[in-house]
Ligand binder design. Structure first.
Ligand code: HEM
Length: 310
């Protein structure tokens, strides 16, 4: 008969495999999406957003098949883990995370039915957020099924971390909107968008994820500029708050490793975002920026979950 700790160890291994597969899904999707959008394509920026004009998707069939294969194996593994968390008795909080993963996977399968039309902003938007959510939730199972961590911390530390998490989620949602609205070309400079530092009134409508786009944003487009600027301001807030939370985590033996990861990933992510713009939107820098966001979100949720458990 398998003991409780052996069962947790087995679930942890399965969740680790699911984290790796989810990360691969995020990586391959980012490549397909950004390559399809025309990030860093030859004859840039004229070739950007050709998909919207009805041009065929430039990524190869092999990449698409790999994406489907990895996503399908992840779905099966998600079902298996949810089942293993339930039987013979439910283990909390891993069962809750496993149920959330399944719900998210089913939502993404539904979104996939509509994603062949690049004019719909909401499909790419939800795909980006959902992929990052899968990496985070599967990693949370790994953490929750592992040896108990961390000693208690004073409560005021949590509000900085919570604020940082909110700023991070907003940054990610705004970045996803830049990609989903084909708005990279609206702002090709840093730190301001060609001297503009704050969105003008007509730019705020770009926050609506249910809009349709018919063409990529031209340089200086009010909506695109709003998204770029808000993305950068939220990133600055996230970097400040999570920088403090990460530095505080270094003081505690139980959270030192995750604190180091948060600080390193924050620095890498901000540099990658800035280099993506400075390079004239290199495809590989864009892909790296997208996958680093997944790792950063997972690390910050890991620290939040460890604090809550303390
Ligand atoms: C905490 C820091 C940051 C996080 C978590 C973050 C996250 C993201 C995410 C998730 C995306 C969507 C990627 C995709 O479409 O696959 C994105 C897009 C983007 N980010 Fe960031 N970002 C951060 C900081 C920055 C900074 C500082 C800049 C530039 C100064 C920047 C510039 C961009 C640009 C230009 C895009 C659009 C690329 C595209 O998808 O077409 N980011 N970001």
């Amino acid at each position: 008969m398998e003991s409780h700790s052996e069962r947790l160890k087995r679930i942890r291994k399965l969740a680790l495999l699911l984290t790796v597969l989810s990360f691969m899904v995020v990586l391959i999707s980012a490549y397909i999406r950004l390559n399809g959008a025309g990030l860093g394509c030859a004859a840039w920026p004229e070739c950007y957003g050709q998909l919207l004009a009805g041009s065929p998707h430039p990524h190869t069939g092999a990449v698409r098949i790999l994406h489907r294969l990895v996503a399908s194996v992840s779905l099966l593994l998600g079902f298996y883990i949810a089942w293993q968390c339930q039987r013979p008795s439910s283990i909390q909080p891993v069962t809750g995370y496993a149920a959330s993963i399944l719900a998210l996977m089913l939502l993404l399968t539904f979104v996939g039915l509509f994603s062949s039309d690049p004019h719909r902003v909401w499909t790419s938007f939800l795909n980006i957020l959902g992929g990052l959510g899968l990496v985070s939730l599967s990693w949370l199972i790994v953490v929750a099924a592992g040896p108990a961590a961390s000693r208690p911390m004073p409560p005021h530390h949590d509000s900085v971390l919570r604020g940082g998490l909110v700023a991070l989620v907003l940054t990610i949602a705004l970045g996803a909107l830049i990609g989903a609205r084909f708005a990279a070309t609206a702002c090709m400079s840093t730190p301001s968008c060609a001297g503009v530092w704050w969105p003008v009134a007509e730019g705020w409508g770009a926050l609506n994820p249910f809009a349709r786009v018919n063409a990529p944003a031209v340089a200086g487009d009010a909506g695109g500029v709003a998204l770029h600027l808000l993305h950068r301001y939220c990133a600055a807030a996230a970097a400040l708050l999570l920088g403090i939370a990460g530095a505080r985590a270094l003081r505690d033996a139980g959270t030192r490793v995750v604190g180091r990861w948060i600080l390193a990933l924050l620095a890498v992510e901000v540099v990658l975002g800035s280099l993506t713009v400075a390079s004239g939107f290199s495809l590989w820098l864009g892909v790296a920026h997208s996958v680093t966001a997944a790792l950063l979100l997972a690390a910050v949720l890991d620290l939040s979950a460890t604090r809550r458990a303390a």
